[in-house]
Design a binder for this molecule. Sequence first.
Ligand code: ZN
Ligand code: ZN
Length: 354
Amino acid sequence: MKTTMIAAFLPGDSTVEMRTVPVPAPRHGEVLLRIKASTICGSDIRCIYHEHLGKGPEGYQGVIAGHEPCGQIVEVGPGCRRFSTGDRVIVYHISGCGVCNDCRRGYMISCTSEKYRRAYGWQRDGGMAEYMIAEEKDLVALPNELSYADGAQVACGFGTVYEGLEKIGIDGNHAVLVTGLGPVGLATAALCRKLGAEKIIGIDVIPERMKIARELGLCDVVLASGPDNVAEVKKLTGGQGVERAVDCSAHHAARATAIRATRKWGRIVFIGEGGTVEINPSPDMIHDQKTVYGSWVTSIWLMEELVERLVRWNLHPAEIITHRFPLERASDAYALMASGKCGKVAVCADEELG
Ligand SMILES: [Zn+2]
Ligand SMILES: [Zn+2]
């Protein structure tokens, strides 16, 4: 076993700093993971990479980056109850206090303990390293049918999307609009398809992303973002609009489009973070009996359910990973993700790099 490892830190000036640090030892209730896949999130770019903007739960405290880790347990600390050395696991990326109401619901994302709520890659060391310490209670078992790269995608993006889609309910009756076709939007389209949606319409501005959505067959129609989007979506849906819309863009115009292109009695969920939106409540929502939901990450039990469903559906989230880099090239990985000219970007090791 090595005693030192390399790890990526984000100083906040659009660079990545690689440092050599000691390999940590698991304490009570903790495991040591060999990281196999660690994907980069839009929130890493938005709140950390360019500039340290976040506060509270989004405050980056100079730790090892990466909150979408997946790996194999190589050492188990005392007091662990379920997992053993050799187990393949996904890390739910926020470690909560375990005893507040939100933690008891499984939503450690919303843990109310200022002292004990610490997210991996934000307030405690994350997955952009050769090894990582995780608490056993934050682990989800990764089935053999799924790769580590699939698992990393569940850790944040696919889990977050699944939660939002469960809130609005998606089935075979629905045409769905997805605004924003970054990794979260692509995950939305992939999951909507498996949930039975018959027509999936995507909107984005970046040609590379539109191309990925088309080539992977995730969207039936991909529209370039523009002032005619509401009319275009209505035209594609018999003049009525979609039954369900999911905003993954956080862009004010796209959010308004998501609401206005949804038909009467429809449901909209906002997943994309940051930004604003301006709507006219009476014509846009009240008179058409529409509901807008907000959805933030997911619960650990729903993540376990999603993993089971992915196997049943033969859906591999890693399909939307367009670029893989070794840890030594983490800097190139973040720069590419920041450019947006890609699907999901992953930092990988061992069998996941091949
Ligand atoms: Zn994330
Ligand atoms: Zn808590």
